[in-house]
Write a protein of this length. Structure first.
Length: 708
């Protein structure tokens, strides 16, 4: 996407506009465990008490998801032409209710879709459109955590002040529930571990961070602590105040550094925007935060994942999104899009993003981005700054310290690189021209009424031979025929006395002889060469992008190390001593970098769009044989870049920021790779055009003369 910092701008993303689920197999029935008589005996509406406990609220979210998905399934099954009667019949289908929910207490473990919808005062669907709409609304509501972003009193419209946070932390650390038991501050692992020791959590709950957080927050001991904190803080008792003070206490105990000095990317003394995270997936950052919390004795190893989840849900939920593709790493342009999408959604519905998948976030991004333009502009600015720092376009400092000029340069750089990547994508998708296609286009322009006979071979190609007085004495055939109009357009004949002959009156012979020359071959060569050059530049841009997305330590090796390229060749031995059949060279390029005597090997797989570290032994001269197959690893020396890559560069502690995308070193490597990756672009006769006349000349060595 193109980014602007104009407050009037709107962020757009490439997302699928339709939210219709994938179709079910034809004839798939909607499950209904009840017989018609049993279903008829179920109520059509019940009075549901309000969910009070966190367990009840979470169970209600699960019910919403179950019901929503069921409604979407029915919409797919019935199709767009569903009648009201059909919809009403399907709403009698039964569903299982979560046993922890308030609905379960009054309706039991099974109810109908109709009863659930009526009981929550929703209009019953009567068409596929309304089925899909209500189902989607239920599913979306199910993604919102009952406690919002888990910030509690820190996320109030007017959050706790710095002094209140300090007091809350002291009250929390000094809390104890029995004279003979340790206080929170005396518990190894502090507050989360204090609560875990008082709750019985099964292993499967402890393995899932958010389940652990939910279980601990909802436990009776945690609620007693929350009540105690609310009273000591002299907070007004409300429906949520107990849990709000508890969540705030958890946050300030885990992250006391942010009480006096809050920084956007610093959580509990851990830098989310560290250079070490450049090119890393979100899971690596989460694991690093978990390790940091244990190392700093803020929690126990068993609860490190839960602690990290709690902090990130409040401060940086983008890291908690599910199913993020491996190519979307911190510091990449794709991460900018994801971060903006996540922040705009979270601004509208706090606590929703951690329960969403990557696809769901990007699908919801368009509508969320226009809901509050001011918020969207702010999060775009933050995401761009993070990208600029990660890619060394900006020096790292507080957000407010950047000048308008620096931000303008940042936006220009980001958009320019996105434009390059867009052009590269278009170049990859562009078809390589063929001589035949160019010739056909020329024929259609000149002879639009004869398209049906373009490929009929009816024409002989002759030349006029004159005597010394300039009189035509014979017209010999100069190209064995007969030929079609397409053949002639593809030939590109330039003989000064070119002449055509035919016995078929449909051929526009007079027009052909009046202007026998076609520019198709020259046009083809020009288009062909331009396309090949565009593809080379696209490869070069993509390789620069791949290198720029590597972690900082790997980028430094490419930038400052001695770089050697290797390719894998293979051939099959034949029967004779010298006989062998060569196979195409492996397009994966092996790269060996050497810095301070230490070698590292990488495999650059352009087709897969990735650079992987591989065992160093693979990137060196080698030869292996398996029966008649021989594999050889040979050094490859790029012509233009050899001198610039063969020597190690000096690396000092005060080296400038490394913007790998725009560095000369990266350009040399990209140029080398582009020459390899485009070397297999088809240059054979299937694109240049296998001219029929050349085949026929080989088959018929003698050319007859035809009088006219």
């Amino acid at each position: 996407m193109t980014i602007t910092l104009d407050s009037r701008a709107r962020t757009t993303f490439d997302t699928t506009s339709s939210q219709q689920p994938a179709p079910l197999a034809t004839g798939t029935p909607v499950s209904n465990d009840k017989t018609p008589d049993q279903t008829a005996s179920l109520p059509t509406i019940v009075f549901v008490p309000e969910a009070v406990t966190l367990k009840e609220k979470l169970a209600h979210k699960r019910n919403l998801k179950t019901i929503g998905q069921k409604l979407e399934d029915i919409a797919r099954l019935l199709g767009p032409n569903a009648s009201k009667a059909q919809v009403q019949k399907e709403l009698k289908a039964t569903v299982v209710i979560h046993p922890d929910s308030a609905f379960y207490k009054v309706a039991g473990g099974t109810t109908t879709l109709e009863c659930f919808i009526n009981s929550y005062d929703k209009f019953l669907p009567d068409s596929q459109y309304t089925l899909t709409g209500l189902g989607g609304a239920f599913v979306q509501r199910s993604l919102e955590h009952p406690l919002g972003n888990l910030g509690g009193a820190l996320s109030w419209p007017v959050p706790l002040s710095t002094d209140e946070q300090r007091r809350l932390r002291l009250f929390t650390l000094s809390y104890g529930d029995a004279p003979d038991k340790p206080l929170v501050m005396q518990t190894k692992g502090l507050l989360l571990e204090f609560l875990r020791q008082r709750a019985s959590l099964p292993p499967e709950t402890l393995r899932d961070p958010i389940s652990t957080v939910n279980a601990l927050i909802g436990s009776p001991d945690a609620q007693r602590l929350g009540k105690n904190l609310q009273e000591q803080m002299q907070g007004l008792p409300t429906e949520s105040s107990v849990t709000d003070y508890l969540l705030a206490a958890l946050n300030v105990q885990l992250d006391p550094e942010s009480i006096a000095n809050p920084q956007r990317n610093i959580i509990a003394g851990f830098d989310l925007a560290s250079a070490e995270h450049q090119g890393m997936p979100a899971s690596v950052v989460i694991d690093a935060l978990s390790t940091h919390l244990v190392k700093e004795k803020k929690t126990s190893p068993e609860l490190a994942g839960a602690a990290a989840h709690l902090l990130l849900a409040t401060r940086a939920p983008v890291f908690l999104i599910k199913d993020i593709p491996g190519s979307v790493t911190y510091g990449s342009p794709a991460w900018v899009n994801l971060a903006v999408a996540a922040a705009t959604i979270e601004a509208q519905t706090p606590g929703k993003v951690p329960n969403m998948s990557f696809a769901e976030v990007m699908l919801a991004a368009r509508s969320a981005g226009v809901a509050d333009p001011a918020v969207t502009e702010a999060v775009k600015r933050e995401a761009l700054i993070d990208w600029g720092v990660a890619n060394s376009v900006l020096a790292k400092k507080a957000d407010a310290a950047y000048t308008a000029e620096e931000l303008t340069t940042l936006v220009t750089t980001f958009n320019a690189r996105n434009s390059l990547m867009t052009s590269a994508t278009q170049a990859f998708e562009k078809d390589i021209p063929s001589r035949r296609e160019v010739a056909l286009a020329e024929l259609k322009t000149r002879f639009p009424d004869h398209e049906a006979m373009f490929e009929e071979r009816l024409i002989h190609v002759l030349t006029k031979r004159r005597n010394s007085n300039g009189v035509v004495v014979e017209t010999p055939v100069i190209e064995v025929g007969p030929h079609s109009m397409l053949d002639i357009a593809m030939m590109g004949l330039t003989n000064a006395d070119l002449h055509f002959s035919t016995r078929d009156s449909r051929v526009p012979l007079a027009t052909l002889n009046a202007n026998p020359y076609f520019g198709a071959p020259a046009k083809f060569e020009s288009q062909f060469n331009d396309t090949i050059q565009e593809k080379k530049e696209a490869v070069s841009t993509s390789i620069k992008h791949l290198i720029a997305q590597l972690p900082a330590q790997d980028r430094k090796k490419f930038e400052y190390g001695k770089v050697t390229f290797y390719q894998t060749h293979s051939h099959q031995l034949g029967a004779g001593f010298f006989a062998k059949t060569a196979f195409p060279i492996d397009q994966k390029l092996l790269v060996r970098t050497e810095v301070n005597g230490r070698a590292t090997a990488y495999e650059i797989d352009f087709n897969a769009g990735r650079i992987l570290e591989v065992p160093e032994v693979l990137a060196q001269p080698d030869s292996t044989r398996h029966a008649k197959l021989v594999y050889e690893t040979k050094a490859f020396t790029p012509k233009a870049s050899a001198a610039n890559l063969s020597d190690e560069q000096s690396l000092s502690s005060d080296s400038p920021r490394l913007d790998s995308f725009s560095s000369a070193r990266t350009q040399y490597i990209a140029d080398a790779l582009s020459s390899i990756s485009t070397s297999t672009i088809p240059l054979s006769s299937n694109r240049r055009g296998a001219l029929p006349l050349r085949t026929r000349i080989a088959r018929e060595p003698k050319s007859p003369t035809i009088s006219y």
